[in-house]
Design a protein around this ligand. Structure first.
Ligand code: GDP
Ligand code: MG
Length: 307
């Protein structure tokens, strides 16, 4: 993986664009860091994980619970039903003496929504439909409290003024996970999800891939998304910038690649693992943007569903 220093010392003029890009990436990071929330005050956040089966979605949730971001350090309860279902997994970034309670009386502010993978059923729509319904059901619940005549701009002002606390129960972000390749069914699933939720593409099990193939997949993933006009959240960078970074083998941008295994060495002695950056970006640096986008998604749904 390259750094600005490596590139500057070689002084290749064609790489001036790249240097600019890395500087912009660093500038966004520094600006966001300076206004960042701490994980303990990120408020309530709901994070959905979607993608295929057996690719490491549930393990990623478990690894979050073992990470320094989580204060709960609880172990994940095994699913009791034999039938694959969407399940909510509570977690916490709150201090252990926090007085913030969730409806069950526990101090949990993070909810992971673990979904059955696409391969759990013969027919992908048996997975896709319930995920979409899970998201829109919460929109319906919020909408039931609202006066139908309130104009969107007043609602937008109202929700945005609620601040960083979250708590509407909407899915704030969906981590769309792939392993080794992006399939046509992934594209269709992402296209449907992106209409209602902020989408962040993720590559799992990066320890099973060479650096070359990780960056190649990052590029291919972005290409598929762009060709299919699927909007993603780039944490301050646009699709072209993200593609350039992947082409130049610069890590630290979407699609983030993560590994949950303890050893971080691949065949070349290096494994790109951007898990910490993923959690920090979501919980601390870009939270305000995510909340604002969530309000926009809800208002768009409300307009489209006005009777
Ligand atoms: N090598 C490797 N294996 C992983 C990783 N994450 C999960 N696994 C393994 O992949 C399998 C499926 O993981 P799971 O989280 O149940 O997948 P899910 O069906 O997508 O929820 C399990 O055997 C995990 O131990 C990873 O980052 N690297
Ligand atoms: Mg699972």
């Amino acid at each position: 993986m390259r750094t600005v220093k490596d590139i500057e010392t070689r002084n290749a003029p064609s790489e001036a664009v790249l240097i600019d890009l890395i500087r912009r990436q660093n500038m966004i990071l520094r600006t966001k860091e300076s206004r960042a929330f701490t994980p303990a005050c990120c408020g309530r956040l709901k994070i959905m994980l979607a993608g295929d089966t057996g690719i490491g979605k549930t393990r990623l949730i478990e690894s979050f619970m073992r990470s320094a971001f989580s204060s709960s350090h609880s172990s994940l309860k095994k699913q009791t039903s034999d039938f694959p279902v969407i399940c909510e997994i509570p977690s916490s970034t709150l201090p252990l003496d926090s007085t913030v309670m969730d409806p069950s009386g526990k101090c949990n502010n993070i909810t992971f929504v673990d979904t059955p993978g696409l391969g759990a059923f013969m027919d992908a729509s048996s997975v896709i439909q319930p995920c979409l319904e899970y998201i829109t059901n919460q929109f319906e619940k919020t909408n039931a409290f609202l006066n139908p005549n309130i104009e969107d701009h007043r609602l937008s002002e109202f929700f945005n003024n609620l601040g960083a606390g979250g708590g509407l129960g909407h899915v704030d972000v969906c981590l769309y996970c792939v392993l080794h390749r992006v399939k046509p069914v992934d594209i269709e699933f992402m296209r449907l999800l992106a209409a209602h939720v902020t989408l962040v593409p993720i590559i799992l099990k990066s320890d099973t891939m060479s650096l070359e193939s990780v960056f190649s997949l990052k590029k291919t993933f972005l290409h598929h998304l762009s060709r299919s006009n699927i909007p993603i959240y780039g944490f301050g960078l646009g699709e072209q910038e993200l593609t350039r970074l992947a082409e130049f083998h610069v890590g630290g941008s979407v699609p983030f690649c993560v590994s949950t295994v303890e050893t971080t060495e691949d065949r070349d002695g290096w494994c790109l693992n951007e898990a910490e950056l993923l959690w920090r970006s979501l919980l601390c640096n870009h939270l305000a943007d995510l909340r604002r986008l969530g309000v926009e998604r809800f208002l768009a749904w409300r307009t489209a569903n006005k009777s």
